[in-house]
Design a binder for this molecule. Sequence first.
Ligand code: FMN
Length: 296
Amino acid sequence: MSSVLGIVGSARPWGNSEVLVRQALRGAEFEGAATSLLRLPTLHLEPCTGCMRCVIGGRPCPLDDDMRWLIDTIQAADGLVLAAPTYFLGPAAVVKLVLDRLLMVTGQLDQDLPPPRPAITVATAGLESWRGMTLPYLNALVGAFGYQPIDSVTAIAPGPGEILLDTALMERLQAAGLHLAQGQLSRTPAAANICPTCHSDAFAIYGDRMVCPICGRSASLHVHDGGIELSFETDTGSKQRWTPEGLREHMVDWVVATGPRYLSLRQEIKDRRRPLRQMAAEWLCPPSSAGRTGRR
Ligand SMILES: Cc1cc2nc3c(=O)[nH]c(=O)nc-3n(C[C@H](O)[C@H](O)[C@H](O)COP(=O)(O)O)c2cc1C
């Protein structure tokens, strides 16, 4: 029997993210999957401090929180359903906090890479024109863990649970959950002019190419009488940025390589910061921070 994990990125009980995760899990249960749920905002997750110990030293993360448990739980599942709300044009902060800690996963350079497994990603938002960049970030997150999104959607519903009134979407999520439990990896195609990898619809212009800022997939732009068309480069599979393979390559070729380079420059950096150390400016702290330790 396959195990399917549902991750809710919203603190709202019975909010739209929870309803849609449950609906996909319900589809998976019809297929005999063992299902479980977790709510990200109830976990104890600390922000990454950028110490780089997990990558450059290959040592465990020094933060004592639930992140290691979360990583192990995500890696142990056969299928994943992730839904999170849009807060001010991006995913709720807890999702970014998890993304920020991904050096812990990608820094495990000596470990076997996970097999591809299916995922469903759902961004919830109140207003179509304010949906921002939530869905591409959710696709990046599941991709980093070796999951391939088989269905990705932005669900528009402002009030908690209001998405239950969208019968077509509820049916879509249930069907997607069923396919997930069957281990299907084929993906619902993205709409025209949407990045097929991460579903971003924002692009940067590099020379004559349009490049997805989230996953790096590029496209050429064609102007027709009837509008514009983006032709995306063919899927480069494991070369994509948000795959365990792509991230490992980035770790080895760039992140780890910055270590010796930085060490060779350290003295010069210290010398150049001397005038900044002698400034009059003082750190401000709120009264509530009295007694709190840590460098400022
Ligand atoms: C603090 C906050 C910020 C929000 N920002 C956006 C936004 O930028 N764009 C948008 O479309 N909806 C925004 N919304 C609406 C939520 O994304 C929407 O209600 C969503 O369905 C909530 O999902 P949930 O019920 O799973 O929490 C915001 C809601 C809150 C509470």
